[in-house]
Each structure stands twice: as structure tokens, then as C-alpha cells.
Ligand binder design. Sequence first.
Ligand code: GDP
Ligand code: IMO
Ligand code: MG
Length: 427
Amino acid sequence: MPALVLLGAQWGDEGKGKATDLLGGSVDYVVRYQGGNNAGHTVVVGDQKYALHLLPSGILSPGCTPVIGNGVVVDPAVLLSELSGLNERGVDTSKLLLSGNAHLITSYHTTIDKVSERFLGKRKIGTTGRGIGPTYADKINRVGIRVQDIFDESILRQKVEAALDFKNQVLAKLYNRRAIAVDEVVEELLGYADKLSGFVCDTTLVLNNAIDEGKVVLFEGGQGTLLDVDHGTYPFVTSSNPTAGGACTGSGVGPTKINRVIGILKAYTTRVGAGPFPTELFDEDGDKLRTIGGERGVTTGRDRRCGWFDAVIARYATRVNGLTDFFLTKLDVLTGWEQIPVCVAYEIDGKRVEELPYSQSDFHHAKPIYEMLPGWSEDISKAKTFAELPKNAQAYVKALEEMSGAPISAIGVGPGRDETIEINSFL
Ligand code: GDP
Ligand code: IMO
Ligand code: MG
């Protein structure tokens, strides 16, 4: 099983960090392939809790080489501070590999992210303000700055000049902000060169060689399927491709080399930021999910919007990612409800719809059609096997599996590494 992808099947925060960390001990490489420090992945190891933003969660497993692929956008200051934070806690980060083709988030990208959100007013996306969108926009516009550029001052200067030429006009004339000095940016970026040079390499070569040698490579997605710029709830999305195809473009590994695609699926649904969310709850149940589930953003500290499980979305994630398995997380959070509503289809303009509508106005009108499943009250956090779960919890899992279109191969019953029920092995 040389290469597998692990990605979010909903709107992010499904528990990807925990799932990656769980597999990290058995894999040789863990690769981030898109996104940047908009991600917030929580990993709990014993009594230690780690919040990772840019580094792949595999960094916490000593035998595993963490890789930041070409598809990621890298804020160098954040990268260095995340590395030193881990070093202070005794984590060895020396094996990190960083693609020279990854694009850099600079101070002007974060500035533009924030001012453009303000400019959008009530139409804002609710971004994390980390400069993600503007950096990907520059990449596509061919005025981005790549990691490799900081090793050649003359190229760097030309590229920063080209990037700021237009942006400074926009900043000054449209947003009424001060123009950004080329020298300041160049100097800051050059300052990272020595600190980063030891990590930079041709990660596509390393990863393809590793797969050819039978090493196990795990691709860890940031965000989730419904935040994908192509397949998500556009424009309320992030600016990259968390879906499975992104693992190929964001790492330089071809689809023929990927054997398994695991969707991380929360037993209910959450979303941060603006955009449609059919099963969102505005009542006590929503508050209860938020409190019991600890649903507060790891990156921005915002409360997450909470709602019941949505099988239409899970089916869609199976389809657009070619999922082979699900890892169902946070089943323990649902303990204590007498009945648990699950959205099985939508009602749109009086019609029952089984699949995610491709029209955004239909999706905005979608009303969930719920089926009530019986709940359970027993503590499930110590369960180690499926058989140890209460009958109603087993039936809930089986029902979700049936509706979602791929086998549920693992179940999370708590945040810790060992609070997991493994049904089918991933490796
Ligand atoms: P990610 O962005 O997908 O990595 O997820 P986050 O770390 O943002 O949010 C998931 C939260 O749920 C974290 O606080 C995890 O520690 C926690 N978590 C993960 N799996 C489980 C689980 O099975 N049960 C419970 N109770 N918490 C979990
Ligand atoms: P992880 O990896 C949840 C959301 C933001 C906003 C939209 C665009 O922890 O699951 P951006 O800053 O990316 O341009 O914001 O995407 N968003 C996330 N929501 N989890 C994340 O990451 C997210 N990363 C971005 O809230 O709605
Ligand atoms: Mg998160």
C-alpha cells in the first residue's frame, strides 16, 4: 500500500490531524499538498496537545519524514515559528522537506486578504486572514514568489517588483492603504534563506522514488471537500484543491500511484466562515454539539457553526474524491441524545433531491429531510472494537455507511491516539 490520501469529507475540522497522526507511526512520508496555515490540525498524544497549521501531522511520529509539497502556500515566518515551537517541546523537525516550487505568502498577501474581506462587507467569505487566497491568485496570475526565489536576490527583486507594481496601485488607489516598499519585502524574504535552505529539495523526485521503493506515503489534506475551489460551495471556499486530485498536482505524484483515498467524516457537521450549510442548527442542539465537541476554530478561535450529519454531502465526497474508505470521527460527541436526526436528502422547491445540486441557488434553498435514528447513553470512549459499541451506536454507524457510499474503516471515540476503533486496516 505505497500511497494513500487522507482528506476532509465535509467543511474541514473533521479530525484529519488525529487520523494522520494515528497512521504516522506506520508510514514513511506524510505530505501536505495544498492550503497553508489556514489549516488547524489538533493532535493529542498522551497528555500533550499540539496544534499544527502548516506542518504535516506526521511530524510528531519520529520515523516519518514530513513533506511540504509544491501545492502548499508557505508563510515562512509561520513555518519557522511552528518549527521552533515544536523543537522547544522536544520534537525533532530536522527531517522536514520543503518543495522549492511552493509559493510564499508574504506580508502583502495577508494585508490584501484582510482589506479585501473588509471591502466585501456583508458578502465577505470569512477567510482566516492568512493571505491564502491572494497568494494562490498570484500563483495563477504568474506573479507569485516561490521558495526557490529567495536563494537568488536578483530574481527575487524582479519578481517582487512585478508583483507589487499592480498591487501598490490597488492598495493606494482603491483601498486607501500605504504602498508596500519592494526593498522591505525583499529584505525580509532574503532573511529566511539561510534558515530554510536545509529543508528545500525536489520533493517530487523524493516522493516518486520513495513510492517506487515500496515506501508508504500518506498525503494529508487541509480544509475539506466542500471548501474545494472547484468542487466546494464556491465562492465560500478556500483557494486550493483539498479533494483527491489536489494530492497529485500538489505533490507531483501521478494518480496511478495512489491506491487508497480516505475521507475523514465527522459524525455530525461543522463549518467555519460564511456560506450555505443546510443542516445548520440555531437551537440548543447546535450549542450542545459545539460545547461537547469543543467546536472552536484552532486557527482563528472562531466558534464553529454546527449541524446534524448530512449524508448528501458524504455521498458527494465519495463521488468527487473516489473515496475507498471513511474514518468516522467524534462519534462520542453524540452520546446522550435520545434520537439523532440524519439528513438523508434535501427538499428543493418542493422536490426531493438525493444528490448535491450543482446550482448554487438550489443549494442555498436546500432544506434537509431528516430520518431519526435512535441514540445511546452509554460512554463509548473506552470502546476498542465495533462490537463493544452500544447497539444503537453500531446501527448509527452502519446507517451512515450505507448512505455515504464507502465503508467506514475506523471510528473515533475521543481525541487521543488510542481512542479509535479500527475496523479495516488502512495499510
Ligand atoms: P482537522 O482540522 O481536521 O485536523 O480537525 P481539528 O483539529 O481542527 O478539529 C478536530 C477536533 O476534534 C480536535 O480538537 C481533535 O482533537 C478532536 N477530535 C478528533 N477526533 C475526535 C474524536 O473521535 N472524538 C472527539 N471527542 N474529539 C476528536
Ligand atoms: P482545517 O485544515 C475549516 C475556511 C475559512 C473560510 C474559507 C476561506 O483545519 O480543516 P481561507 O483563509 O482559506 O481563504 O478561508 O475556508 N477554512 C477552514 N475551515 N477548517 C480549515 O482548515 C479551514 N481553512 C480555511 O473559515 O470560510
Ligand atoms: Mg482544523
